[in-house]
Design a binder for this molecule. Structure first.
Ligand code: NAD
Length: 285
């Protein structure tokens, strides 16, 4: 059976019915946010661009509304989501950090975001989850989205919580989410681990479009990776999205393999979560 997204154009202008009136983008000043901020204009008439106060740079484009906000501030997040049809939620702490930091930005933050979506009638969220939800699987294992979660730190735990929020708010309130367990979205694959986990900005952009507009996703979890020669993740559970990545980390292989290889017992070579599996604890905090 053909997926519902086969009819969607892969490139070029979207049909008018596939645009939202107002889209909220959190984490807009971050690495991925900066790379996609102007590209999300094709998804909505108006884009509300948000990050922590003082970190957004550059002038607002005519379609943009600049809305600084701390995700840990519940009232501010309620106001942030007003009149939005959909949310791309990239904001939060994106590395392993002491629990108190993760608690504010990622755990309270994602709770505030889903509550704001409920109160404001937002029906679709794309949640930037992470491969660190399952970081303690070994690199010689292949998993799909139904594999038991094995977070590799407080950061992975917070993304696991975010996925549970997404499931709860779909089951109770019908708010649909695509949780993208992002591998490594960077300009280049920089090490051996990233040869498996890398995702190009173009593939991320295509997945984002499908995550926003594919009907009937409920809560779908998809691993965010390009068509790399060797990967650890099976995306069959997310076939409703019809996502077929086009890029591959192969073009970085020579450069990556010219760097010294880690010992086979080094966690960066053993676990899918790499160095996150040994970052912390943060006893001195
Ligand atoms: N880049 C990747 O490969 C990757 C991999 C897995 C998951 N992710 C997830 O994707 C998202 C974007 O990743 P990124 O690489 O751009 O991360 P990033 O750290 O560059 O950007 C995150 C942004 O969130 C903002 N932020 C932090 N705390 C906040 C708060 N309390 N309130 C409002 N904003 C806050 C930061 O200021 C920052 O601009 C993150 O949620 C990250 O966890 C990214």
């Amino acid at each position: 059976m053909e997926s519902q997204t086969d009819a969607l154009p892969l490139q070029g202008t979207l049909e008018p019915e596939l645009r939202f009136d107002r889209l909220l983008l959190t984490g807009a000043a971050g690495g991925i946010g900066k790379a996609i901020r102007h590209r999300v204009a094709e998804f909505a008439e108006h884009v509300r661009v948000s990050d922590l106060p003082g970190v957004l740079s550059g002038d607002a484009a005519p379609h943009e509304e600049i809305a600084p906000c701390d995700l840990a501030d519940r009232q501010a997040v309620d106001a942030l989501a007003a009149d939005c049809d959909a949310i791309v939620h990239l904001g939060g702490v994106s590395v392993e950090r002491p629990f108190e930091e993760i608690l504010e930005a990622n755990i309270k933050g994602v709770f505030n975001l889903y509550e704001a979506a409920r109160l404001n009638g937002v029906k679709r969220i794309v949640f930037a989850s992470s491969n660190h939800v399952t970081g303690f699987y070994r690199q010689d294992e292949r998993i799909d989205a139904s594999a038991r979660k094995r977070p590799d730190g407080y950061y992975g735990l917070s993304k696991s919580f975010g996925e549970d929020m997404a499931q709860l708010y779909f089951d109770r309130y019908g708010i649909e989410t695509v949780s993208i367990r992002i591998g490594s979205v960077f300009p280049e694959a920089k090490d051996r681990r990233m040869m498996a986990s890398w995702m190009s900005y173009d593939d991320f952009h295509d997945l984002l479009r499908r995550a926003l507009f594919t009907p009937g996703v409920g809560h779908t979890i998809v691993f965010g990776m390009s068509a790399n020669a060797h990967t650890w993740w099976d995306n069959r559970d997310a076939s409703v999205l019809g996502f077929e990545p086009r890029d591959s980390s192969e073009r970085f292989r020579d450069k990556v393999e010219a760097t010294p290889a880690p010992a086979p017992t080094d966690p960066v070579a053993v676990y899918q979560g790499g160095v996150f599996t040994v970052t912390g604890p943060f006893d001195s905090v």
